[in-house]
Design a binder for this molecule. Structure first.
Ligand code: GDP
Length: 362
């Protein structure tokens, strides 16, 4: 599975957000180092398309797909030098596949800020600097090794050295590795380093309940993110935590009162899904309508492999109906009658929303 790590300074609302996401009860106290172990939460991915499919198929049950979030304890300035359990936290971030960077944009005198003031841009800078410094240290070490090995005439090591030098220059100029245009081959050469600034990242701006508009703190984060080409998801973690505790009926009432269609958490989940470059396909039978996760660009056999490895090995063909066709023609028979039912082979790239039935040998 791919993991989205929730990263940020202490006391910005990471645990509050994580708990709301997973409805787990992990300590979220007003204390910088209360969340030491990284916690993994498996979160269902909200997808209204499933309801539409279910209206047609009337299945016994519906199973959404999931995404994994990891709650990583707060990073502090100096983490790359081992401050505040820094090495441990950085190791946890290296293991993730994408970074959701939570930034405090709420005022609350009862919640201590590690730097003593609310300044999202300086907070972002602190975190990004620590990640960049730690990456630089990894690159330097690898560069030393690659240089030695390259001297023996090893071509691969020479190529690796060239990439590492480029990355080092980039980091040294204060830019994250992700903004450096690298080919897939170049990325593969340095994959083992798990560079943190190479991972896709987004900002989660934790605002007050009335802080979604006319909020200069949020505006600043948005302006910075735009420059970086990063997504920003504004959210009020405190409210999300409250919503998450309600039962379905209360939840609906609460959201109606706020004039909202869905909890803000859904936007976080979907943004994480997008950040990880994931897509969804569906299987739709009377037993169940189910969503499955694939990396964008997965072929039909790879998609089949998500259900079961035997499906991939024994793959013959995929019966495919595009989501919109399935809805427009009211199910499989209708889509067939309209000529919208296709048989696809092993090179087919599964599209987001495809309703698929696999044929395979056992
Ligand atoms: P973490 O250290 O980043 O994991 O932060 P926590 O989730 O533990 O939150 C730290 C404190 O801030 C807790 O007392 C939370 O109740 C509070 N908090 C979190 N989100 C919000 C918010 O959106 N608004 C306000 N006012 N307080 C929040």
């Amino acid at each position: 599975a791919l993991y989205c790590g929730i990263v940020g300074l202490p006391n910005v609302g990471k645990s509050t957000l994580f708990n709301a996401l997973t409805r787990a009860k992990i300590a979220a106290e007003n204390y910088p180092f209360c969340t030491i172990d990284p916690n993994v939460g498996v979160v269902p991915v909200p997808d209204s398309r499933m309801d539409k499919l279910a209206e047609i198929v009337k299945p016994e049950r519906m199973l959404p797909t999931t995404i994994e979030f990891v709650d990583i304890a707060g990073l502090v300035a100096g983490a790359s030098k081992g401050e505040g359990l820094g090495n441990q936290f950085l190791a946890n971030i290296r293991e993730t596949d994408a970074i959701a960077h939570v930034v405090r944009c709420f005022q609350d005198d009862n919640v201590i800020h590690v730097a003593g003031k609310i300044d999202p841009l300086s907070d972002i800078e602190v975190i990004n600097t620590e990640l960049a410094l730690a990456d630089m240290a990894s690159v330097e070490k690898a560069l030393l090794r690659a240089s030695k090995a390259a001297r023996t005439g090893n071509k691969d090591e020479q190529a690796k050295k060239d990439v590492l030098e480029k990355v080092f220059k980039q980091l040294d100029s204060g830019e994250p590795a992700r903004t450096l245009p690298l080919t897939e081959d170049e990325k593969a050469l340095i994959r083992d380093l798990c560079l943190m600034t190479l991972k896709p990242a987004m900002y989660i701006a934790n605002v007050q309940d009335d802080g979604f508009e006319n909020n200069p703190l949020l505006d600043k984060v948005q302006a910075l993110a735009e420059k970086e080409g990063a997504m920003v998801v504004p959210i009020c973690a405190a409210i999300e935590a409250e919503i998450a505790q309600l039962d379905e009926e209360e939840k609906k009432e609460f959201l109606d009162d706020l004039g909202l269609e869905e909890p803000g958490l859904n936007r976080v989940v979907r943004a994480g899904y997008k950040l990880l470059n994931l897509a969804t396909y569906f299987t739709a039978g009377v037993k169940e309508v189910r969503a499955w996760t694939i990396p964008v660009g997965a072929t039909a056999p790879q998609a089949a492999g998500v259900i079961h490895s035997d499906f991939e090995k024994g793959f013959i063909r995929a019966e495919v109906i595009a989501y919109q066709d399935f809805i427009d023609y009211k199910g499989e028979q209708g889509a067939k009658d309209a000529g919208k039912w296709r048989l696809e082979g092993k090179d087919y790239i599964v599209k987001d929303g495809d309703v698929v039935h696999f044929r395979f040998n056992v």
